[in-house]
Design a protein around this ligand. Structure first.
Ligand code: PBG
Length: 353
């Protein structure tokens, strides 16, 4: 019975019926399926492989002691007190994850218009860096540079009459980068999208003797709906006034991403990033092909939430979706991925090998 548009069609003529249902006489020399015939054969021709070296694990730090407070919109992700961050750093070491990324949940009483807490050498991020480095000096630590976890208005920069000030913000970001470098941070990652910040931070670091501190620029960072759960985690979702479209990129553009990346490289970025991840794999591929720089993708909170939430509901196989999404970044040209799945993926990789 031949099927057309889902409706069965009766073929009355017996010889036609025979012709429609028997295998066509294909004379195939080339059969791509041969290379997929078994697990060992598939492994032999596999083009991209995810390893633990590809993973950067973002962690949320909060005040208190012995605290692991779940983030409701990110199933499986907690805000951790400094002592618990150190425990996760230990887990990362054991799993061979090379690098952690730190983000603070700042107490609302410490947030102000200027984001002053960002430049406090005793803030949660700096405390975490020192605590981790004391026990595990051999793990890499990346610190985000932007003001949004610290400002009462939730923006990444200084706000005046409803406008984000560029150059004044950059001056504060340089100070923020310096306190983080002083605490022992290895990679400064400006995520604010102000113009000229990479060059200013590079100069500030070099002048203060931090020549070896790397910069991973959030070079092509888009104004995205996928940051929602992250803003819950750092507590800026409710306070954010307006949107970030005057500094983060328009999701309709990709040539512009190349110009942004080019500028950041010219200003001294050692590594570049495209963010978010999955909706921007085309941008990732263009960036990698154009500049051949160490290039990273950020699988952001909303991407994590979609997979983890659907898995929790039994709608998809969470482990397989996680691994498929991560190798997709490699295929698109990423040298590594910032992902909240890092420890789970590392455990899965370990099981497989
Ligand atoms: C702060 C920053 C954001 C993220 C990383 N750094 C949020 C934002 O720009 O609003 C998002 C990460 C995520 O969603 O996982 N500038």
């Amino acid at each position: 019975m031949a099927i057309k548009f889902g409706r069965p069609i009766e073929i009355r003529d017996a010889s036609r019926r025979e012709a429609a249902t028997s295998a066509p006489a294909l004379d195939l020399t080339i059969r791509p399926r041969r290379n997929r015939k078994s697990d060992w054969a598939r492994r032999m021709v596999r083009e991209n492989v995810l390893t633990t070296d590809d993973l950067i694990w973002p962690l949320f730090v909060t005040g208190g002691h012995n605290t692991r407070a779940p983030v409701a919109s990110m199933p499986g992700v907690d805000r951790l007190s400094v002592d618990q961050i150190v425990r996760d750093a230990e887990r990362a070491m054991k799993l061979n994850i090379p690098c952690l990324a730190l983000f603070p949940y700042t107490d609302p009483t410490l947030r102000d218009e200027q984001g002053s807490e960002a430049v406090n050498p005793e803030n949660l991020v700096c405390q975490s860096v020192r605590a981790i480095k004391k026990e595990f000096p051999d793990i890499g630590i990346l610190c985000d540079v932007a003001l949004d976890p610290f400002t009462s208005h939730g923006h990444d920069g200084l706000l005046e009459d409803g406008k984000i000030l560029n150059d004044e913000t950059v001056a504060v970001l340089v100070r923020q980068a310096l306190v983080q470098a002083e605490a022992g941070c290895d990679i400064i990652a400006p995520s604010d999208m102000m113009d000229g910040r990479v060059g200013a931070i590079r100069e500030g670091l070099d002048r203060s003797g931090f020549q070896d501190v790397q910069i991973m620029a959030y070079a092509a960072k888009y104004a995205s709906a996928f940051y929602g759960p992250f803003r819950d985690a750092i507590g800026s979702a409710k306070t954010l006034t307006g949107d970030k479209r005057t500094y983060q990129m328009d999701s309709c553009n990709s040539d512009e991403a190349l110009r942004e990346v080019e500028l950041d490289i010219a200003e001294g970025a050692d590594m570049v990033m495209v963010k978010p991840g999955m909706p921007y794999l085309d941008v990732l591929r263009r960036v990698k092909d154009t500049f051949a720089m160490p290039t990273f993708a950020y699988q952001v909170s909303g991407e994590y939430a979609m997979i983890a939430g659907a898995a929790q509901n039994g709608w998809i196989d969470g482990e397989r979706a996680m691994m498929e999404s991560l190798v997709g970044f490699k295929r698109a040209g990423a040298d590594g991925v910032l992902t909240y799945f890092a420890p789970k993926a590392a455990e899965k990789i370990r099981q497989q090998s």
